[in-house]
Design a protein around this ligand. Sequence first.
Ligand code: GTP
Ligand code: MG
Length: 328
Amino acid sequence: MPANLPPQYFEAEKRYRLAKSFPEKMEALDDMLAIMPKHKGTDKLRADLRRRLAKLSEEAEKKHALGRRGGIYPIRKEGAGQVVLVGLPNVGKSQLVSAITKAALDVADYPFTTQVPTPGMMMLENIQIQLVDMPPITDSAARPWLSVMLRSADVLLLVVDLADNPAPQLETVIAELEGLRVGPPGRQPREEAATPLMQKRCLIVGNKNDLGDSGRSYRALEAQYGGEFPMVSISAKEGTGLEELRSEIYRTLDIIRVYTKAPGGKADLAEPVVLRKGSTVEDLAGSIHKDFRYQLKYAQIWGSGKYDGQRVKRGHHLEDGDVIELHL
Ligand SMILES: Nc1nc2c(ncn2[C@@H]2O[C@H](COP(=O)(O)OP(=O)(O)OP(=O)(O)O)[C@@H](O)[C@H]2O)c(=O)[nH]1
Ligand SMILES: [Mg+2]
């Protein structure tokens, strides 16, 4: 089957060949993957590009350029999901990440304090979620790898300062995202561009709700964007709204936790398997071992089955909290 690649693909490939730095190469590869039509004819090529991307990321890590401006590689994903913070300077991104993780970050009352992406882990019941504090999205020196980070993220937190006219901030952030070929689902890019927008789930965080007129500006923001985005109002400084933020992050990640058990045994509720919402018994089996997907005969389920221990087929949809016994 022919691959039928569009001309934009070859443009991205050219950029890849000419790229000198790891982030530039990775971004071009990422673009090639995004542009490539998905069908049987491109399966091999896609797998090959993915391998190249993984290898580049490994090499970049070996070089360990972290800390040097411009030579930074993306943060390795850890935990059940990666949440990347996006916002203008000084809105409180670093304060937010240090408030909900134990990461020690630089918080200061001047803009462009954060210069490199810095991860922190947040414990959410029995799973860990990675939050990545970022330099402001308007930091042009950070641009080559900002794009790589945004694309690898599972969720973007769009952080705005409620005390400083948040709606235009949000529009600037969304426009900057589009410039980096990333966007919230459902939005049309302003112009026809070579590379399609990679859609990312976004959550709006109105920060600094302890200040002046922030209540009113949050309500106005909600009226304008509430239908399109999930949103929360917090004060990272005073620690208010953080519980709601944590559960909103979980919801936006769109994941479920299920537990496996051996016949006759008990499920270990401290060790969930994290899957995308909508996953089936077959997906669960495949996530444990790729051969299990094919070897699976049936499963028994405690939770979303009609009765405990019910036999279900491989296509059965799982729900958060289900306990599964796989029979191979
Ligand atoms: N009143 C108030 N001030 C806050 C809050 N969150 C952050 N700040 C203040 O806002 C300033 C900027 O906070 P940072 O966390 O450094 O902001 P940032 O978005 O990481 O800034 P850059 O790294 O420059 O992009 C600091 O002076 C913080 O103390 C909040 O909830 N309320
Ligand atoms: Mg910062």
